[in-house]
Write a protein that binds this ligand. Structure first.
Ligand code: SF4
Length: 370
């Protein structure tokens, strides 16, 4: 393994390459710390192409930190709908209020202060401080890990803390005092566009002369990542409960839960020895305190979260006994298909909503048959 001491020419080459090759992205046209903060949070675990329209819509709605601080959480989540990892949106909103109240509306330029904000960890703090305030904090993300482990010939498992620490030490030793933001963006850009997981384009890489993986023909084995544990796959059954006026019942997930602040069709995880219809019946009784008649399936779809996968089964239902109460959710609402799209839903439920919108002109009572 090679070690990198502060190597100015390497950083210079990288930054020079970046200025020649960087993609034209909207957040690279601003030095407004607020806009840089929004982009960095959106870009976490999300592809650039996906983020671009969200970034524009979000900033159109909330051009300043005060606009975001004063917004309604439901509006923030609606604009985040489909982007995933919704705690990022909730935390942005929360942090904006804090910045408006405690920091005169200015994104802090001090590491301790910025990292005290909700949703800002070491990666985001380093990215914002370096890009917006030119402070030499080096970022480490998946792209940086790939570039550095290849460059240095680090063959150990990149899941280990040891490798992550080594990579951090290497980039800390490389980052220049001038243009640290360009350096961070350059190394991430190199990982995203040249030093790709498969078939890296070493011929156009500014590191190729010294890169150990390239020069020892090991780019296909570095970085090494041990196999992830198999993630569970749950069967989820939900009820599309229709009332006599064609409204559907939706429930608001509690703030502190996963997907908190988003709406969903009530239901839950299938237990062993239970049919999906029995799951719907049991879940609606536990969640809303009602007995329901469960009819035909409307839709079945799959969705993957970071730690588990689901198959979502949606059944038409009618309440036959009791009045629905929000026992496990924060709030419930009866909504018509004309208004349902005003509420923020997580991805799988949003797909159901989109399919339900095709039935806008139909009488939903026709689905309440065995
Ligand atoms: S030379 Fe190839 S493997 Fe090495 S850093 Fe560049 S693109 Fe990655």
């Amino acid at each position: 393994m090679s070690s990198i001491n502060r190597n100015n020419s390497l950083s210079d080459n990288l930054i020079e390459w970046y200025h020649r090759s960087k993609r034209d992205l909207p957040w690279r046209k601003t030095d407004d710390p607020y806009k840089i903060w929004i982009s960095e949070i959106m870009l976490q675990q999300t592809r650039v192409d996906t983020v671009i329209p969200y970034y524009h819509r979000f900033l159109d709605a909330f051009p300043t930190v005060y606009d975001l601080a004063e917004a309604d959480q439901q509006q923030v989540l609606k604009l985040w709908e489909g982007l995933g990892y919704y705690s990022r949106g909730r935390n942005l909103h929360y942090a904006a209020k804090e910045i408006a109240q405690n920091f005169d509306g200015i994104i802090p330029s001090d590491y301790k202060k910025i990292i005290s904000l909700k949703g800002i960890g070491p990666y985001s703090a380093a990215a914002i401080l370096s890009i917006a305030y030119q402070k030499p904090y080096a970022v480490v993300d998946g792209n940086v890990i790939r570039v550095i482990t290849r460059y240095c010939g680090i063959e150990d498992d990149i899941r280990s803390i040891r490798v992550k620490t080594l990579v951090q030490q290497h980039v800390d030793s490389l980052i220049p005092d001038n243009h640290p933001g360009d350096f961070n963006q350059a190394i991430m850009e190199l990982g995203a566009t040249v030093c790709k997981p498969q078939n890296p384009d070493c011929g156009s890489c500014p590191f190729s002369t010294e890169c150990i993986a390239f020069n020892t023909a090991k780019t296909d084995v570095i970085p090494y990542k041990s196999k992830a544990k198999k993630i569970p796959h749950h069967q989820i059954a939900v009820g599309l409960i229709v009332d006599s006026e064609n409204n559907l019942l939706i429930a608001l997930r509690p703030e502190e839960s996963m997907l908190g602040g988003l709406w969903e069709f009530p239901g839950g995880k299938k237990e062993k020895h239970e049919t999906l219809q029995e799951t719907v019946f049991r879940e609606l009784k536990e969640e809303l305190g009602v007995e329901t008649e469960v009819f035909l399936k409307f839709k079945e779809l799959k969705h993957a979260y970071s730690h588990f996968k689901i198959t979502l089964h949606a059944y038409w239902c009618r309440v036959i006994s009791g009045k629905p109460q929000p026992k496990l959710s924060q709030q419930i609402k009866w909504v018509s298909l004309d208004h349902i799209d005003h509420f923020p839903f997580p991805k799988a439920n949003k797909t159901l909503v989109d399919d339900l919108l095709d039935l806008k002109d139909k009488n939903l009572q026709q689905f309440l048959i065995k």
